[in-house]
Design a protein around this ligand. Structure first.
Ligand code: PMV
Length: 337
């Protein structure tokens, strides 16, 4: 086998959530995320000699064939004109692995499609040019919307905001001008439920069509993005906490009030939310939570208060409120070689 192209890209956690899409994977509102470090997907792409005229594509996930993923990725490759030529010239073989367990409350499609799009783009470009990150972000979006944000860190913005010149719906952009308070953020991911208990995002996005609160939700998210841009620049923890927690609960409120509804929070999720609030009031420390489309909790805080937060978090492990924990932190994006 020839040397593979290796792409390692992290997941990201949205602070302002993307929920609702239209057209070709375009968002109904802007979203803003923190890029992670330890939760990543590594993809090795091998270009092999073809044996037939038909597209040849094999796929291993964590070392084993996974037919459902293989089909989804093959469909994705065939649909992108930048990539479909590769299937005419080569037999493609992809080996993909995640650094984190499946269904751990980490958006695996974000890191997976960022890594897959990056590897395929590198293969289709050859070695001559600098790696076109913006194009990679756009192509990753077509696999999974949130994947387009994994190219830039520590924070990325995706979606057109009329007062932010470079912002657009096609790809994400890196946020510059981040106050030192937010340069080194921690994300302790508390696993309340490790079995698959999340809403498929395609179903979730589609339930925003005709949702009674859709228009106000899209407006709220765009306003939150604008507010968050200022907060990240000014270093204002109090507003960061306010927006982040409001976003988490707004996402779940949308799910609970759609025509097919989901209540994904578990009793432990609510208990932890309560305890985080109490801890914050008692200590005055800037600790807050966010949620993805599942019951697990992301606890966000600056590295400077890690020593005070660790015993609080470990307590959830000791008294079995949570099953496990992933210690992550903000990062700068991926690596391709
Ligand atoms: O990228 P998708 O289509 O899997 O949607 C992601 C949706 C959320 O994770 C719930 C929110 C977000 O902005 O990441």
């Amino acid at each position: 086998m020839n040397n593979p192209i290796t792409a390692r890209y992290p997941s990201n956690i949205a602070l302002v959530k993307y929920w609702g899409k239209h057209g070709n994977q375009l968002p109904c509102n802007a979203s803003l995320s923190m890029t992670l470090s330890q939760a990543y997907t590594e993809v090795n792409l091998f270009l092999q000699d073809k044996k037939s005229e038909e597209p040849e594509f094999t796929f291993l996930f964590n070392g084993k064939p996974k037919e459902s993923f293989r089909q989804r990725i093959l469909k994705y490759i065939l649909k992108q004109k930048e990539f479909s030529g590769l299937l005419e010239d080569y037999a493609l073989h992809i080996e993909s692995q995640n650094s984190f367990p499946h269904s751990a409350g980490v958006a695996s499609s974000a890191s997976a499609f960022a890594a897959i799009a990056a590897a395929l783009l590198k293969a289709s470009q050859g070695d001559e040019t600098d790696f076109p990150e913006q194009q990679a972000s756009r192509l990753a979006r077509l696999g999974s919307g949130s994947a387009c944000r994994s190219f830039y860190g520590p924070f990325a913005l995706w979606g057109k905001l009329k007062d932010i010149p470079d912002s657009n719906d096609e790809f994400a952009i890196r946020l510059g001008d981040i106050h030192e308070n937010f340069q080194n953020m921690r994300d302790s991911i508390l696993i309340v439920e490790d079995k698959s208990k999340s809403v498929s995002s395609s179903l979730g996005h589609s339930l925003m069509e005709g949702h009674p609160f859709a228009e106000s939700r899209f407006k709220q998210a765009n306003n939150h993005c604008m507010d968050m841009l200022k907060v990240l620049k000014d270093g204002d923890f109090q507003s960061f906490i306010y927006i982040t927690e409001r976003e988490a609960l707004s996402l779940h409120a949308m799910m609970m009030t759609s025509r097919e509804y989901f209540m994904l929070m578990q009793p432990e999720t609510v208990k932890i939310i309560d305890e985080v609030k109490r801890f914050r009031v008692d200590t005055g420390l800037p600790l807050c939570y966010t949620l993805d489309a599942g019951p697990n909790i992301h606890l966000l805080y600056p590295k400077t208060i890690e020593d005070e937060i660790t015993p609080f978090v470990n307590n959830f492990l000791h008294n079995h409120t949570i099953k496990s924990m992933i210690n992550d932190y903000s990062g700068r994006g991926g690596i391709i070689s």
